[in-house]
Design a protein around this ligand. Structure first.
Ligand code: PRP
Ligand code: GLN
Ligand code: SF4
Ligand code: MG
Length: 453
């Protein structure tokens, strides 16, 4: 696999705990609805007769688990992965564990490489807890929180059926607790719980540990508090999460629409139509159109529904997806001044492709407006932007980027405007600002080497 070109997404976790055996299809369904968070591998661990079994495979949830796969279990965890450490091999897929303990997590342990030779940060988590099972709550988890830096929305399954859910003290990525027909569930995103006919009990707080077993909550406490605010990933609002999700009480859809409104106010453009780059930027374009009064037209049509280009593992694959991903309604763009809206630009693959499609279809002018700030720095907290050189905004001005992309103008939001739009100030902005809300200090050259080799 081409590591140099890799920019990867984050993962999705889903866990269940029931007082009577239920079909494992509930976990599969949960993972399917979280597929947008990881398309590299899918897996499930469940406990039965005091023993954990794990089934996992490479590919999409439907490639790994067929419709007729049945099994009745009380407690289990599932995972869809995009690797931020190691490879995308089956050995490194999650859940990762043995017959006694299994772990599934979303995030990146930024300092895992300091604790030994581990292929992935997940392997570090597994080995950390494997030898400390007797004192899990009293010392192992507090010790882990003290030692580990970075992001983790973590599920741990034990052979006796106990299921633990833990969110890191900065709350980088979401983790939600809910109930679906008497079954307690953990899910990366709350929209999935609602879609499956359940109720959200709570957004798990930073540093909060919840323990459930056989459908009952047996422990729920904030076990680590240092008085520092959340540093939730702003990218969850901009791109990763589903628009119908709510993170810590803030709606993703409304945040995206506001990003578009503020974009129109602070970075207006003269144009005939506003065109979103499907899918994630749609609510941003709606906000832009509403605030500017310029009509929205879906001149770009997404032709394959299930694939996100940015999270494909190699540059070739991303280009392949992009070649097939968009169709264009030429009649809408011919001779027109287009205001083209996307949520973010990472490498510029998408924008390059679309700009050339619009030109070929006869667009007169292309003005790009982006619903987030320029991505200039790597991420070591759950998404892999391993090398600065890959990022189109690294060491380039807006004018240079517009030339590089072949568009007439480009403007991004500032960090302040983005925070104002989302309505939260307590967000991580490291990939935009270079301010890393990590516990320890690092030599960033070393991190680039470890994560971006
Ligand atoms: O600059 P790039 O490296 O091309 O990455 C940025 C693009 O990737 C994402 O879309 P993606 O196709 O992953 O998913 P989406 O359909 O949900 O927008 C994002 O929404 C941008 O369109
Ligand atoms: N995207 C993620 O959350 C990845 C989880 C973990 N760091 C892995 O590499 O598997
Ligand atoms: S650096 Fe960017 S992508 Fe990474 S956690 Fe922070 S906001 Fe999210
Ligand atoms: Mg997109």
């Amino acid at each position: 696999m081409d590591k140099i070109d890799k920019i990867r997404d984050k993962c999705g976790v889903f866990g269940i705990s029931s007082n009577k055996p239920i079909s494992i299809q509930l976990i599969i369904e949960g993972l399917r609805l979280l597929q947008h968070r990881g398309q590299e591998s899918a897996g499930i661990s469940y406990s039965e007769d005091n023993k954990i079994s794990t089934i996992k495979g490479l590919g999409l949830v439907d490639d790994v688990f067929k419709d007729n796969f049945t099994k009745f279990v009380k407690n289990g965890i599932g995972h869809v992965r995009y690797s931020t450490t190691g490879d995308s091999s089956i050995e490194e897929a999650q859940p990762l564990g043995d017959s006694v303990i299994s772990v599934a997590f979303n995030g990146t342990i930024s300092n895992y490489y300091k604790f030994g030779t581990f292929k992935t940060d997940t392997e570090f988590i597994f080995s950390f807890f494997r030898n400390r099972l007797n004192n899990l709550i009293s010392s192992a988890i507090p010790d882990f929180i003290n030692l580990a830096d970075g992001a983790y929305s973590l599920l741990i399954l034990l052979n006796d059926g106990t299921l633990l859910g833990l969110r890191d003290p900065r709350g980088f990525h979401p983790l939600t607790l809910g109930i679906i027909n008497d079954v307690i569930v953990f899910s990366s995103e709350d929209s999935v719980i609602k879609q499956l006919g359940g109720k959200v009990i709570k957004h798990i707080l930073p540093g909060e540990l919840i323990m459930v077993k056989d459908g009952e909550i047996i422990y729920d406490r904030i076990i680590y508090e240092d008085g520092l605010p959340y540093s939730t990933c702003s990218f969850e609002y901009i791109y990763f999460s589903r628009p119908d999700s709510n993170i810590d009480g803030y709606s993703v859809y409304i945040a995206r629409r506001r990003l578009g409104e503020i974009l129109a106010e602070k970075h207006p453009a003269k144009g005939d139509i506003v065109v979103p780059v499907p899918d994630s930027s749609r609510p941003i374009a709606i906000g832009f159109s509403k605030r500017s009064g310029i009509p929205l037209e879906e001149a770009l049509v997404r032709t394959i529904s299930s694939v996100r280009s940015f999270i494909m593992p190699t540059q070739d694959k991303r280009k392949e997806v992009l070649e097939e991903k968009f169709g264009i309604v030429s009649e809408l763009v011919k001779g027109k001044r287009i205001i083209l809206i996307d949520d973010s630009i990472v490498r510029g693959n998408t924008m390059r492709r679309i700009a050339s499609m619009l030109r070929s279809a006869g667009a007169k002018e292309i003005h790009v407006r982006i619903g987030s700030p320029m991505i200039k720095y790597p991420c070591y907290m759950g998404i892999d932007f391993p090398r600065r050189e890959e990022l189109i905004a690294y060491n380039r001005s807006e004018i240079e980027i517009s030339k590089e992309l072949g568009v007439d103008s480009i403007e991004y939001l500032t960090v302040e405007e983005m925070l104002q739009a989302i309505g939260r100030k307590d967000l991580c902005t490291a990939c935009f600002s270079g301010n890393y809300p990590l516990k320890f200090r690092y030599d960033f050259k070393e991190l680039e080497k470890v994560f971006g080799k």
